[in-house]
Design a protein around this ligand. Structure first.
Ligand SMILES: N[C@@H](CCC(=O)N[C@@H](CS)C(=O)NCC(=O)O)C(=O)O
Length: 236
C-alpha cells in the first residue's frame, strides 16, 4: 500500500502543510488507496514534506509524486486540452510559488499571535525543550527562505497587496464553476484546495485571509471540497 508521509493533522483540516494537503487531496480525488505516516521534514529525502513510499519507490515533492500517481494509478488531467493544461500549470505556479510565500510570511513572521499558533501546530508534538530549540532554528531557516524568495523584502502591506492579487485571480478563474476547469476535479483543484484551506480556513490571521473570506465562491469551494473529500475528518 502506498504510504504518504506528512505532518500530523491539525486545526481540524487535512494538513497544515499546503503541499501535503494538495497531495492527499489528489489521492482522494483519484480514489487511490493509501496509508498515512506522520513525521517531520528532518527525515524526508529532500528535507521537505510530503514524500511517499510506494513499494520500493521513495519519492519526494508533490509534483513528482502526482506525476507518479498519474502514470501508475489515475490521471485526473487526462481530459484537459492543451490550453486548459497550460492554464492549470500557470495557476499552480501562482498558488505554489507565490501565494504560498505570502502565507508563509503570515505564519512565521507577520504577528507574534500567528507565530504562537503556528509554533504549537508544527512543533507541539516534540518534548518541551527540543520544541523551543527546533522552533527557533526553523523560524530562522524559514525566515531566510522567505527573504531568499524575495517576498520577505517587502513591507507587510506590500506583501498582502501582492497576495490579494493572487486571491482575485483565483476567484475570477473559478467563477461559478464547480471545479477550476469544469465539472470534474483536476490536479489544479488538489493544489488550489490545499493552499486555499491553508489561507482562508486556518487560524492564521492576515489581510489576505480576510480578502479570501470576502470571496464567496472561494469560501464555498473550500467548504464543499472539504465536506465531499474529507467527511471522515473531525470538524474543529
Ligand atoms: N516543492 C515541494 C515543496 C514542499 C514544501 O515546501 N514543504 C514544506 C512544508 S509546506 C516543508 O517541508 N518545509 C520544511 C523546510 O523547508 O525545512 C513540494 O511540492 O512538495
Amino acid at each position: 500500500m502506498l504510504i504518504l508521509y506528512q505532518f500530523q493533522r491539525t486545526w481540524g483540516n487535512p494538513n497544515l502543510s499546503h503541499f501535503c494537503c494538495k497531495t492527499e487531496t489528489y489521492l482522494r480525488m483519484a480514489e487511490i488507496e493509501y496509508d498515512i505516516k506522520t513525521t517531520l521534514p528532518l527525515s524526508a529525502p529532500k528535507g521537505k514534506l510530503p514524500y511517499i513510499k510506494d513499494g520500493d519507490l521513495k519519492l519526494a515533492d508533490s509534483r513528482f509524486i502526482i506525476r507518479h500517481l498519474k502514470t501508475r494509478y489515475k490521471d485526473l488531467d487526462k481530459g484537459l486540452n492543451p490550453s486548459e493544461s497550460a492554464l492549470s500549470l500557470a495557476m499552480q505556479r501562482l498558488i505554489e510559488e507565490h501565494l504560498f510565500w505570502v502565507t508563509m510570511y503570515s505564519r512565521w513572521q507577520y504577528t507574534d499571535a500567528n507565530w504562537q499558533v503556528n509554533k504549537k501546530a508544527v512543533f507541539g508534538v516534540l518534548p518541551p525543550v527540543i520544541r523551543d530549540v527546533a522552533a527557533l532554528v526553523y523560524r530562522y531557516r524559514i525566515g531566510r527562505q522567505i527573504y531568499g524568495h524575495g517576498i520577505g523584502r517587502h513591507k507587510p502591506e506590500e506583501i498582502f497587496e501582492l497576495g490579494m492579487l493572487d486571491i482575485d485571480a483565483l476567484s475570477a478563474c473559478l467563477g461559478d464553476k464547480k471545479y477550476f476547469l469544469g465539472d470534474q476535479p483536476t490536479t489544479l483543484d488538489a493544489s488550489a484546495f490545499g493552499f486555499l484551506i491553508n489561507t482562508i480556513a486556518c487560524p492564521i490571521e492576515s489581510p489576505v485571509k480576510d480578502h479570501g473570506l470576502s470571496k464567496s465562491n472561494l469560501r464555498n469551494y473550500v467548504d464543499r471540497i472539504k465536506t465531499e473529500y474529507y467527511a471522515d475528518l473531525r470538524q474543529p
